[in-house]
Design a protein around this ligand. Structure first.
Ligand SMILES: [Zn+2]
Length: 272
């Protein structure tokens, strides 16, 4: 009897220790081979859009996040969902929009470290928290910051104030959850209406698994929506990148082109 109690205590301590150990994390988006911060920022600058070059194939898929960590959370803000994750006007909306009033407090969803706290063209003032285990949350369109860059925050700690900075027509929180840089539907994790996490969260190892378990309606796979662009007379990769609001790098990657490649009129390009 005493032996089993001891064993349980020992495993609990071990669990706590390993959760703590996994928690320490460097910014996986920056250290990925072949990916630099410049690329990341220009992509974020471009829009709230799923950017395939943020997810190179060589990205290590060693997802070790336990649902245990995800199940300890705080709602980022109170308000109803006004726009869901998924394809929107031919683009991927990579987060969930929660209606809030200007100046409403935004809270850290989980314990984490502030890895970015700055203005990005589409997102406006944004805070990014790294929660370890390659999980990050994004809080965008803020009207003010309540934390410093590099600070550690606890779940439920105020981090910013709601607003409509960047590309936003009304004050709201654009909230994202990413694993290995890939955005997932935050509504897989959170039940915003009832202010709690989904029951399934605690039973999965990572967000990819959670997505498989709770495949949301409205989109069959968590994939970007591709669009086609037909090359016209006088087009260049630069002009097409401006017109389709993407980057030359993305166009080259998706279409197996070099920046110096000659385009043919009528050539069909894939664009995200
Ligand atoms: Zn949004």
């Amino acid at each position: 009897m005493q032996k089993s109690v001891l064993l349980i205590c020992f495993s609990l301590v071990l669990m706590l220790f390993s959760a703590k150990a996994q928690y320490i994390n460097t910014d996986s988006l920056i250290v990925v081979e072949g990916l630099d911060l410049g690329c990341l920022i220009s992509e974020l600058d471009s829009m709230e859009i799923y950017s395939p070059e943020l997810l190179p194939d060589n990205l290590a898929q060693e997802s070790i996040t336990s649902g245990y960590l995800l199940s300890m959370f705080s709602m980022p803000g109170s308000g109803h969902v006004i726009s869901r994750f998924g394809p929107r006007s031919g683009r991927m909306h990579t987060g969930t929009d929660i209606k809030m009033n200007k100046g409403d407090t935004i809270y850290a969803a989980f314990d984490g470290i502030v890895t970015r706290r700055q203005y990005y063209h589409g997102y406006g003032n944004m805070v990014v928290l790294d929660h370890g285990n390659n999980i990050e949350t994004y809080y965008a369109h803020l009207s003010g910051y309540l934390i410093k860059d590099g600070a550690s925050v606890e779940m439920g700690e105020p981090i910013g104030l709601a607003g409509a900075t960047g590309r936003a027509t009304t004050s709201h929180l654009h909230f994202e959850i990413r694993e290995n840089g890939k955005p997932y539907d935050t509504e897989l994790v959170f039940d915003f209406e009832n202010g709690k996490t989904r029951g399934k969260v605690a039973t999965v190892e990572n967000l990819a698994e959670l997505h498989k378990e709770l495949k949301p309606k409205g989109y069959s796979v968590n994939q970007p929506v591709s669009q086609k662009y037909v090359v016209r007379s006088g087009d260049s990769l630069y002009k097409i990148s401006k017109r389709t609001k993407t980057t030359i790098k993305s166009l080259c990657m998706l279409n197996d082109l070099k920046e110096t490649s000659i385009l043919q009129i009528g050539q069909v390009l894939t664009v995200y």
